[in-house]
Design a protein around this ligand. Structure first.
Ligand code: NAP
Length: 273
C-alpha cells in the first residue's frame, strides 16, 4: 500500500488528511495519508524514517518548510525559488523537495478567474507563501509587479532573490497608486485570518475588472473577498488554492492527477470552518 503523511508542529489543524482521503476514496486507491507531529529538531530523523519505512513522501507544514531545504537530496526549481519545501517525494530512498504553492495558486486562478490579465500585479505580503506565488507569477511576464509589505526589506529580498525586473517593493502607504493600475490583487499576508488582525483595505481605486485573490482560507470568505464580490471584481478563494496545491503531491505519490470538483470543495469546506 502506498503511504504518505503530513508533518508539522502542530499538525492537527491540517486539512491535507481530509483532502487526500477524499481523493483516495474517489479513485479507489489502496493508499494511506496520515498526520505526524514532528518538532523542528526531529525533522531530519523523521524524514529519514519515512524513507526507511518506504513512504512515497509527505507534505510539510509550519514550521518545517524552510528547515527541510538542506535535508533534501534534490530540490525542484519550485522549492529553490520559494525557499521552502511543502511537498517531499521519496523514490529509491532519495528525497526531492517541491513547493506547490505557486502551482496551486495559478491553477486556482485559472479555475476561478480565467480571464485574469497578468500585466499589473499587486501582492500584499512577503512571507513564505508570497515568495512561492511571486516565483510562479514571474513566468506570466507581468509588466509591473508591486510587492507591498510591512517589512519592506523582505519584499526587496524576494525581488533581488528572483532577479525580477519591472518589480518594486513598497510599504502600505503607496498602495492606493498601485491599486489604481492593478489587473490582479493578491493578499498573501496572514491579515484577515481568523484570530489575526483584519486586513483594512479601501478597494475604491481598484478597477472593477481586476481579479482579487485572498490566499487566507479561514474564514472561507474573507472581508477582502466579500468586498471584491460586492463591487463585482472576479475573485478566487484561498481554499481553492489549498485544494489545487495538494494535487502535486497526490500525483507524485499515488500516480493520478486528482480533480478539484464542487463535491471536494463542499466536503473540505466543512472542515475549514
Ligand atoms: P508568513 O511567512 O508568516 O508571512 C506573513 C505575512 O503577513 C508577512 O508578509 C507579514 O509581514 C504579514 N503580516 C503578518 N501580520 C501583519 C500585520 N499585523 N500587519 C501587516 N502585515 C502583517 O506566512 P505565510 O506562510 O506566507 O502565510 C500567509 C497566509 O497565507 C497565512 O494566513 C496562511 O494560512 C495562508 N496560506 C494559504 C495557503 C493556501 O493554500 N491557501 C498556502 C500557504 C499559506 P512582515 O513580513 O512585515 O512580518
Amino acid at each position: 500500500m502506498i503511504r504518505a503523511a503530513v508533518l508539522g508542529y502542530p499538525v492537527a489543524h491540517s486539512l491535507s488528511p481530509k483532502l487526500h482521503a477524499f481523493w483516495l476514496r474517489k479513485y479507489g486507491l489502496a493508499g494511506s495519508y496520515t498526520t505526524k507531529e514532528v518538532r523542528p529538531t526531529a525533522l531530519k530523523d523523521a524524514l529519514d524514517l519515512l524513507a526507511e519505512e518506504g513512504y512515497a513522501g509527505c507534505n510539510l507544514t509550519a514550521p518545517l518548510k524552510e528547515l527541510a531545504l538542506p535535508m533534501m537530496d534534490a530540490l525542484d526549481e519550485s522549492a529553490l525559488t520559494a525557499g521552502a519545501v511543502n511537498t517531499v517525494v521519496i523514490r529509491d530512498g532519495k528525497k526531492t523537495g517541491y513547493n506547490s504553492d505557486g502551482f496551486g495558486f495559478l491553477e486556482s486562478l485559472k479555475a476561478q478567474c480565467p480571464a485574469t490579465l497578468f500585466s499589473s500585479i499587486v501582492i500584499l505580503g512577503a512571507g513564505g507563501a508570497a515568495r512561492g506565488i511571486v516565483a510562479a507569477l514571474r513566468h506570466k511576464k507581468p509588466q509591473r509587479l508591486t510587492l507591498v509589505n510591512r517589512t519592506q526589506r523582505k519584499a526587496e529580498e524576494i525581488i533581488s532573490g528572483l532577479s525580477l525586473t519591472n518589480a518594486s517593493a513598497t510599504g502600505w502607504q503607496s498602495l492606493t497608486t498601485a491599486l489604481a493600475e492593478a489587473t490582479l490583487l493578491v493578499n498573501c499576508t496572514s491579515l484577515g485570518m481568523t484570530g489575526n488582525p483584519p486586513l483594512t483595505l479601501d478597494l475604491a481605486p481598484l478597477p472593477s475588472s481586476a481579479a482579487v485573490c485572498d490566499i487566507v482560507y479561514r474564514p472561507l470568505v474573507t472581508p477582502l473577498l466579500a468586498a471584491a464580490g460586492q463591487r463585482g471584481n472576479p475573485a478566487a478563494e484561498g481554499l481553492s488554492m489549498l485544494l489545487h496545491q495538494g494535487r502535486l503531491g497526490f500525483r507524485h505519490w499515488f500516480g493520478t492527477d486528482p480533480a478539484v470538483t464542487p463535491e471536494l470543495y463542499t466536503a473540505i469546506k466543512e472542515f475549514a470552518k
